[in-house]
Design a protein around this ligand. Structure first.
Ligand code: KG4
Ligand code: ZN
Length: 499
């Protein structure tokens, strides 16, 4: 049994111990005693039936805003609702006096983020260097008292359309979505033709191409949606992960539009966008689900508990699946990026003609590896005569595709079954692969899974999925987003870069 009561001086040694076990720097006994004597202070402890202190909360009650200064639970007793009990008392008292509650949290502290979100807190800004050190930025979260209009409520409460911008790699994409998540327009300008001559995406060239096209793509998306900038109620952009120069073009464009209309800005994690393709394509999609994201840059398996809660289950240890397709296409002398061409050629071949290794086939882990299959292809082609290569290219492509697809399907289905979910979704450019689509449906159905395969336009990089993710993610009110940056490496589950 846990009880919550006012903190006394006698509790301070236990509080100091919990604090130093929880945070890199902790307050001294004297500092805490002063806090206890504060007129505005709110100091409570959670104690067990033996009277032992299990957690504490320090708060301050300023006239309109109450501040959670410090909340911690003894490490061995976490995840038992003790933090929630302490927080609830503070939040309820703030609610009664009509005050907003604010707090700071480390963006990576997903347990704390989930607790605060469950109590109605939403991200409202980033406080740089708050905790000190290189990783010391704090996410500022706020909770409005019920009944007061919130300018940063986390979920669908927009009064007008949302404009979403995606520029993380080589596609300049802009979409307009209704507040309910309906796609009103989605425009993508692919840079494939530009990068083809280099055989890969050249970051600086991609950034410049984004700059040249962005304004036209925004105008076209607004035109097709039948609305103007003045009709918008929020603007979203991919802030990472991706090519930093390319990302910056989209982030700055979106922030500038939001700023010019005093609108909120929604920072979106690109992977969250790919995951959102599932519920964009199927609004009745059931959570929790397992989603495979397979693109040119990523191959990951994610458990998606709701529109903004995910757990990374597994990932590729080397190449991404799209990369394996593209490198294979290159070895076979097909076009750029090549995944599609290899897929088409494979349709005419015999997938049993050659045997390629299936990466990590015997490992129980939900991870992938595609370097072996790529190397095997290299040696197979090297040892063939030009004539033989020509005659057997469709069989080679079919056998190569078979090994990659089998790894993706096998790991996805077993992971979904292991996670005891009923829905399996796939996203990312590789989801366009005809064999992958067919086999996922077959094997998913055999395992009792409902399989969601979004249309191709939502699988490759696009802005509609970024908009769909934005509607379930954080929203920063004007002008609290002006210092939000792009980030080349933004982990899944994190929306704001911490540079
Ligand atoms: O998601 P996406 O558009 O961009 C990235 O974020 O990477 O994915 C592009 C990748 C490329 O590697 C491309 O070759 C691959 O998706 N791809 C395919 C097919 N269509 C596109 N791979 C296999 N079969 C396809 N039909
Ligand atoms: Zn992508």
């Amino acid at each position: 049994m846990i009880a919550v009561r006012r903190m006394t001086v006698d509790d301070l040694p236990a509080v100091v111990a919990i604090q130093s076990a929880s945070f890199p720097t902790s307050w001294t006994h004297d500092m805490l005693r002063q806090e206890l004597e504060q007129d505005l202070g709110w100091c409570e402890v959670a104690v067990d039936s033996d009277g032992r202190v299990a957690g504490f909360l320090f708060g301050r009650r300023y006239p309109d805003t109450w501040h959670v200064v410090d909340l911690a639970v003894e490490p061995a007793r976490r995840r038992r609702g003790i933090g929630g009990r302490l927080l609830d008392g503070f939040v309820e008292a703030a609610q009664e006096s009509g005050a907003e509650v604010v707090l700071e949290v480390r963006p990576r502290n997903v347990g704390a983020l989930a607790l605060y979100e469950s109590r109605g807190f939403a991200a409202v800004g980033l406080r740089r260097g708050y905790y000190g050190g290189i990783d010391g930025d704090a996410l500022v979260m706020a909770r409005q008292p019920a009944g007061r209009h919130s300018s940063h409520s986390p979920l669908l409460d927009l009064s007008g359309p949302l404009l979403a911008v995606e520029s993380s790699c080589d596609d300049t994409a802009v979409a307009v979505l209704s507040p309910q998540g309906r796609v009103l327009s989605a425009v993508t300008h692919s840079q494939d033709a530009i990068h083809e001559r280099y055989g890969g995406v050249v970051p600086e060239v991609a950034s410049r191409a984004h700059v040249e096209r962005m304004t036209a793509v925004v105008s076209q998306a607004l035109l097709e949606a039948g609305c103007g900038v003045e009709d918008l109620s929020a603007v979203a952009a991919t802030v990472g992960p991706g090519l930093i120069g390319a990302l910056l073009v989209g982030v700055q464009t979106a922030k500038a539009i939001a700023w010019s209309r005093r609108l909120p800005f929604c920072p979106v994690n690109h992977i969250h966008g790919h995951l959102a393709a599932a519920w964009l394509a199927d609004p009745k999609a059931q959570f929790p689900m397992v989603t495979l994201v397979a693109s040119g840059g990523h191959t990951i398996l994610v458990r998606v508990d709701d529109r903004s809660t995910f757990h990374l289950l597994g990932q590729t240890l080397d190449d991404a699946a799209g990369e394996a397709f593209d490198k294979g296409a290159r070895l076979l002398g097909l076009g750029y990026p090549g995944g599609k061409e290899l897929d088409e050629l494979a349709e005419q071949g015999d997938s049993g003609a050659f045997s390629f290794p299936i990466g990590l086939k015997r490992s129980p882990k939900p991870d992938f590896s595609f370097s072996g299959v790529k190397t095997a292809l290299y040696y197979l082609l090297r040892d063939m005569s030009p004539k033989e290569r020509e005659a057997r290219s469709a069989d080679v492509a079919a056998s190569y595709r078979e090994a990659i697809v089998e790894a993706l399907v096998m790991k996805s289905v077993t992971t979904a079954v292991h996670e005891k979910v009923r829905t399996l979704a796939v996203a990312g450019g590789v989801a366009a692969n005809s064999l992958l689509r067919k086999r996922l449906v077959e094997r998913g159905a055999a395992a009792g899974l409902r399989v969601i395969i979004p249309p191709f336009s939502y699988c490759t990089d696009n802005a509609a999925m970024i908009g769909a993710a934005a509607l379930g993610g954080p929203r920063l009110p004007y002008p609290r987003y002006l210092d939000v940056d792009a980030s080349a490496s933004l982990p899944l589950g994190q929306w704001l870069p911490t540079l």
